[in-house]
Design a protein around this ligand. Structure first.
Ligand code: FMN
Length: 130
């Protein structure tokens, strides 16, 4: 899992796919933080992406870096604890211009039942679960 987070941070941007009824939705994301041994991402409750995750927590993310791509498929669970939100904001000080732990908008989710696959054109896929 630490390897996944390092890859996401080095790639800088990943793409988060959600399910909206029968329509896939995808958008760029950047937040990825380890808290209490789990991979967390951050968003805002006002966003469509948040509503989609609450309706259907199954998501997939994809990032590409140096000829290798990482896909993580799994479910996102909201962590409603203030300390979980604050840990994310501490890891991304730039977010503090737009978000705070008590604004009623900021939310963080952690991955569960995740299958991460590292792929490239030159090597067999490597699969990690967490
Ligand atoms: C490089 C980059 C990184 C981003 N990272 C995040 C992020 O970590 N969390 C977030 O909520 N929005 C992030 N955004 C903004 C979302 O992509 C944007 O709000 C998007 O419209 C949300 O999806 P939605 O319109 O389906 O709700 C990022 C945008 C860019 C360009």
């Amino acid at each position: 899992m630490e390897r996944c987070v390092a890859f996401l941070k080095e790639a800088d941007v990943y793409y988060l796919a959600t399910v909206d009824g029968d329509q896939p939705r995808v958008r760029p994301f950047g937040t990825a933080n380890v808290f209490e041994g789990k991979l967390y991402i951050q968003t805002g409750k006002v966003k469509d992406v948040s509503k989609q995750i609450h309706n259907n927590p199954k998501v997939e993310i994809c990032a590409f870096k140096d000829g290798q791509w990482l896909r993580i498929a799994g479910e996102l669970a909201e962590d409603e604890r203030r300390e979980a939100r604050q840990a994310m904001l501490d890891a991304y000080p730039s977010l503090q211009n737009m978000y705070s732990a008590d604004d009623g908008n900021t939310e963080v989710f952690y991955f569960k039942n995740a299958t991460a696959t590292f792929s490239s054109f030159t090597a067999a896929p490597e699969v990690v679960t967490f």
